[in-house]
Design a protein around this ligand. Structure first.
Ligand SMILES: C[S@@+](CC[C@H](N)C(=O)[O-])C[C@H]1O[C@@H](n2cnc3c(N)ncnc32)[C@H](O)[C@@H]1O
Length: 241
């Protein structure tokens, strides 16, 4: 939650975003992005949801992939373009400004080998996440990979209690600063499985409050929705800048 709050705070200045996030996370998020890029190969067709300043996209472009970055914030996308140009890899980058709730409007079934997202899906409540993951399944090819890294509620009791104590201390100042209620994702693995994916490796770090999940699009139907948000199709980006 702390990491998220800081990221939301610095999103208003995309040119400072990268170093501000590096400072806050002590370079941990960069390592996670390196871990993701290690699994990417030349020619992979990738969608990066909530791509931000494109730091993960650039890593994948350097591996020879074709990356589409989708983000609701035009300034983040501009920074993505600049970062990709500076690295000399912008010729294989496509940028789309829209909400993650509009995936099916932009992409055909089976369009991607990999759909990935770091620190973006936590913006949404569970019922939206369920929809988003079903859209991800549709636009991924069979056997394609879903890679998600985000802040989560710790699964084990002691880290969970410590995390709750942190929430009590920081939630109100964060809400006052951002005017938004941010919560970590509860049961990320379960939501991904319910979307019709098989979860493989799960890397848990930062006192159990951060997970990197690798999953595969297998031939399994998603489970019925627990709760269907009525306005999903028309949902606008979660916030204005
Ligand atoms: C915390 S930043 C993470 C950025 C990047 N993935 C990273 O790891 O550095 C969250 C990103 O999600 C984007 N975002 C927020 N709501 C969105 C939405 N509804 N649809 C698409 N992108 C969204 C924000 O503009 C922002 O760039």
């Amino acid at each position: 939650m702390l990491m998220y709050g800081w990221m939301k705070f610095v999103e208003v200045a995309p040119e400072r975003y990268d170093w501000a996030v590096k400072l806050m996370t002590g370079g941990r998020l960069d390592k996670i992005k390196d871990q993701i890029a290690e699994r990417i190969g030349p020619g992979d067709r990738i969608l990066d949801i909530g791509c931000g300043t494109g730091t993960l996209a650039v890593r994948c472009l350097k591996k020879g992939a074709y990356v589409t970055g989708l983000d609701s914030n035009e300034f983040m996308l501009e920074q993505s373009e600049k970062n990709a140009m500076a690295a000399g890899v912008n010729d294989r980058l496509t940028l789309i400004q829209d909400s993650v709730t509009q995936l099916c409007k932009h992409f055909q079934e089976g369009s991607f080998d990999v759909v990935m997202s770091t620190m973006a899906l936590g913006e949404f409540p569970r019922e939206y996440l369920e929809y988003i993951l079903r859209d991800c399944k549709r636009i991924l090819r069979p056997g394609g990979r879903l890679i998600i890294a985000d802040e989560v509620w710790p699964e084990r009791l002691l880290p969970r209690l410590l995390y709750q104590a942190g929430m009590v201390l920081f939630w109100i100042p964060q809400f006052l600063l951002l005017r938004r209620a941010l919560f970590p994702i509860s049961d990320l693995r379960g939501i991904i499985e319910a979307g019709g994916f098989e979860v493989g490796e799960v890397v848990t770090s930062a006192a159990s409050s951060f997970q990197l999940v690798f999953a595969e699009n297998v031939a399994v139907e998603p489970k019925p929705f627990a709760e269907a948000p009525r306005e999903y199709e028309h949902m606008q980006p979660a916030h204005n800048f």
